[in-house]
Design a protein around this ligand. Structure first.
Ligand code: PGA
Length: 242
């Protein structure tokens, strides 16, 4: 079965209610696209975002969830709560959470299990640092993160986002050759690699998305900065629609 391309926006810690007009602005591009379109706003906008997208094909996701369903975890949000608020996906193990909150791959795997049980599709992030790439350890690091972070589930039930840390928010993108090589490497390591969608993330923008998404083992992208402006995100959707 062909893998449907997924174009996902990660708003990170950006956006208040006045950002909700975004959903109307991207609706025509999303409706004309053959790709699945996802926006992961901050948790405060998940419910309002889902309501704003009720009549559009745009889906809403969270940016993290707790590994437990409920309990004494002040400040945290469970996968069940995200689902209840209208989310269909959740980003897990983003490098910013691995760095800012010390999240281990084992924790990411537990969160992914909780997400699947709640009916969410986890988008599990992996990616090497600049030092690891320079020292020739990029594949080993990604293999280690994959081995530790993936839930025991069918490969079509989750998505993997390869995001080299040095390319996130820096304007630097990995070369098409390196992206394809890493995606082929990742696919080769998965039990059901042909069924699993692999996204690229790291400074994807209107000018480079079409080339990146046309690579044989790239099934779409996880887009930070360029997902904050409706015009840019719509251009990415339009340019990459086949
Ligand atoms: P960027 O972020 O597109 O701003 O590089 C990507 C991400 O962190 O998911």
């Amino acid at each position: 079965m062909a893998r449907q391309q997924l174009i996902a926006g990660n708003w990170k810690m950006n956006g208040t209610r006045d950002a909700l007009a975004f959903f109307q602005d991207i609706a025509p591009a999303a409706a004309a696209s053959t790709s699945e379109i996802l926006i992961c706003p901050p948790a405060t906008l998940v419910a309002a975002g889902a309501a704003a997208c009720a009549n559009s094909p745009v889906k809403i996701g969270g940016q993290d969830c707790h590994s437990e369903t409920s309990g004494a975890h002040t400040g945290d949000i469970s996968a069940v709560m995200l689902r209840d608020a209208g989310a269909e996906f959740v980003i897990l193990g983003h490098s910013e959470r691995r760095a800012d909150h010390g999240e281990s791959s084992a924790l990411v795997a537990r969160k992914a299990k909780a997400a699947l049980e709640a009916g969410l599709v986890p988008v599990i992030c992996v990616g090497e640092s600049e030092t690891e790439r320079r020292e020739g350890r990029a594949e080993a690091l990604v293999a280690e993160q994959l081995a530790g972070s993936l839930p025991e589930a069918s490969g079509e039930d989750y998505v993997i986002a390869y995001e080299p840390v040095w390319a996130i928010g820096t304007g630097l993108t990995a070369s098409a050759e390196d992206i394809q090589a890493m995606h082929a490497f990742i696919r080769g390591r998965l039990e059901q690699g042909e069924a699993t969608r692999l996204l690229y993330g790291g400074s994807v923008k209107p000018g480079n998305a079409a080339e990146i998404f046309s690579l044989p083992d790239v099934d779409g992208g996880l887009i930070g900065g360029a997902s904050l402006k409706a015009e840019d995100f719509a251009a990415i959707i339009n340019n990459t629609t086949v």
